[in-house]
Design a protein around this ligand. Structure first.
Ligand SMILES: [Zn+2]
Length: 413
């Protein structure tokens, strides 16, 4: 009977659906509380209620539960006892922090010549990383064996720490959705590697993969130079040049996960050929090894020493002018495209880039289209060469903050 089928839906017991929705809402609010505390947006129940627009009772239920599971710590504040800091009962509000090592992730960083692994917790505490070189003969099996050995090593060193997921930061290109490393240029004998499935099968943990620029950007947002921001761009200048873009505290991936390849904006159609198929890409003038080659030196120490001289060689000054011109174009294009709050420069010698920061910041802010309406601060990476390793763990923590990854407490709790 058609009528029977049409009305069957109405006989589905409503409490079941309602309770499922309630659980979803509860998990979502719980994750939001963790995120607010981790990113220092709030530090007590009153601030949490205000920041998340939830009732004090809802916040108290969540905080009490997470405190009972030793994820949140609550301490009386002996300081800041001004009137405005007092809670509704006249006493200063108790300060909330996240317990060290209550939520822990494994970080893997795949670089062109090495792989690193370390443990990191929700507060950004870390255990010392372990690193293995990738020799010239390294192939897909060698890479995966190395990653598995490194994870086993850090787990065995700290067996009492419960792990909730594995984050992998890698040179690209990647298929971040299938968790595959595709075909990075000049990457030993390694190409088309399934990173996710073997690690998930071996360790029974969720695995997330993202490129090193995106990971570095998220790490700077959570633990580095961008901790008070919502919108930032991380520009990296190592073997390749690219951007990790954070918008509204989330990585901008694009449809295929390839957003942010700003190093392949061409600034000279008849310039030197780029491996991407174009000519004169910005990457060719701004990545570390090209800066050195164009100046005729082998290290940034050597280049910095030449630039310290009273009269640096003419060819060095010419190469630096070409570099600065390319950086101006790149940074104005990035500012116009993404409208960040701050721009972070990383994967480059700090002493070298520091000497140009004031000029780069001034030029970008006076040449971007909407100049005069805002000021974008340009700062060096706070996490330096560790940014992408911290970032590997950060992409797992983001899943916790978004409620995608369950917390280490009972589901119905
Ligand atoms: Zn290119």
């Amino acid at each position: 009977m058609p009528g029977y089928d049409m009305t069957r839906e109405s006989f589905v017991p409503q409490p079941k659906k309602a309770s499922k929705n309630m659980q979803f809402l509860k998990n979502s609010n719980r994750s939001a509380v963790l995120c607010a505390l981790a990113l220092k947006k709030a530090s007590n129940r009153t601030e949490l209620a205000s920041y998340l627009n939830l009732t004090r009772m809802a916040i108290s239920n969540i905080v009490n539960e997470l405190r009972d599971h030793a994820i949140i710590l609550e301490v009386s504040s002996a300081e800041n006892e001004s009137e405005s800091e007092h809670g509704p009962n006249g006493r200063p509000p108790k300060q909330l922090t996240l317990a060290d090592w209550s939520i822990t992730v494994i970080c893997i960083n795949i670089r062109r010549y090495s792989v690193s692994c370390m443990l990191m917790d929700i507060n950004g505490n870390t255990r010392p990383p372990v690193t293995r070189c990738l020799p010239a003969h390294a192939d897909n099996a060698f890479l995966m064996d190395t990653i598995i050995q490194l994870i086993e090593e850090v787990q065995q060193a700290f067996p009492q720490v419960p792990i909730i997921g594995i984050g992998v930061s890698s040179i690209g290109p990647l298929d971040i959705y299938q968790k595959h490393l595709l075909n990075p240029p000049d990457f030993r004998n390694i190409r088309n590697v399934d990173i996710g499935a073997p690690l998930e099968a071996r360790f029974h943990l969720p695995v997330y993969l993202d490129n090193d620029m995106n990971c570095s950007a998220l790490a700077e947002l959570y633990f580095g130079a961008g901790i008070s921001c919502r919108d930032l761009v991380f520009l990296g200048f190592s073997a390749g040049v690219g951007a990790g873009v954070i918008m509204n505290e989330k990585i901008l991936h694009g449809f295929g996960g390839f957003a942010g390849e700003v190093g392949h904006i061409s600034i000279n159609p008849i310039g030197p050929p780029c491996p991407c198929g174009q000519n004169g890409c910005i990457e060719l003038y701004t990545r570390g090894e090209n800066i050195l080659a164009n100046a005729g030196v082998v290290s940034f120490e050597e280049l910095n020493a030449l630039l310290e001289q009273k009269n640096p060689p003419r060819f060095v000054l010419n190469s630096i002018k070409q570099y600065i011109d390319a950086m101006h174009t790149l940074m104005v294009a990035v500012a116009n495209s993404y409208d960040p709050n701050i721009m972070i420069l990383g994967d480059i010698d700090i002493a070298f880039i520091n000497r140009f920061l004031p000029d780069l910041e001034e030029y970008m802010n006076s040449h971007m289209l909407n100049h005069g309406y805002k000021h974008i601060k340009v700062i060096p990476s706070a996490l330096a060469e560790a940014a992408s390793l911290y970032g590997a763990g950060s992409i797992v923590l983001q899943r916790v903050f978004e409620g995608e990854l369950p917390l280490p407490i009972p589901a119905g709790g």
